[in-house]
Design a protein around this ligand. Structure first.
Ligand SMILES: [Zn+2]
Length: 162
């Protein structure tokens, strides 16, 4: 699990989420970008955010070497199902996708999309988490919905032993 402190919250990302991104990283010459939602809960006692679930690419998503576009409907249906199965404790907390570069950088398209999501997402969290999985490293950005800013908070190497 990785744990990042940002302003007055702690964001925890469980290992299985990093693992799924690791499994979909674009380490071959023909792998396309993958992506999906990040899903988790806000702990009631301290407002900490725990990301423990995700959606995988769905039929109808656009996947190419340098582009992933998530179709809303299929991922929202999965989110709704996970929400009901968790007794309404999990929620949408952000996005993940892969890039075909060693250490990922966000594109202008990514930042535009993330800002749009900060403005428009229907979720209880004041913060959204954005992960880009590169080939050797992944990076985590936190976006604040109140202030609208997006900050890089973590760069990690994949754990090859799991
Ligand atoms: Zn991107």
């Amino acid at each position: 699990m990785i744990s990042v402190e940002y302003e007055n919250v702690v964001i925890e990302i469980e290992e299985q989420v990093i693992k799924v991104i690791q499994n979909m990283r674009q380490d071959g010459p023909t792998n396309n970008e993958s992506g999906g939602m990040l899903i988790g809960s806000i702990l009631t006692d301290n407002n900490d955010i725990v990301i423990r679930d995700y959606t995988l690419p769905q039929k109808g998503d656009y996947q190419s070497r340098y582009r992933f576009i998530r179709k809303k409907k299929s991922h929202n249906t999965l989110l709704q199902k996970k929400w009901e199965e968790s007794n309404k404790t999990v929620m949408y907390l952000g996005e993940w996708h892969t890039h075909p570069e060693m250490a990922p950088h966000y594109s202008q398209q990514d930042i535009r999309n993330w800002k749009k999501l900060l403005n428009k997402s229907n979720t209880f969290s004041d913060y959204l988490v954005f992960i880009i999985g590169g080939i050797n490293f992944y990076k985590v950005w936190i976006g604040c919905r109140k202030k609208g800013d997006i900050v890089l908070v973590y760069k990690g190497a994949y754990n090859e032993n799991i």
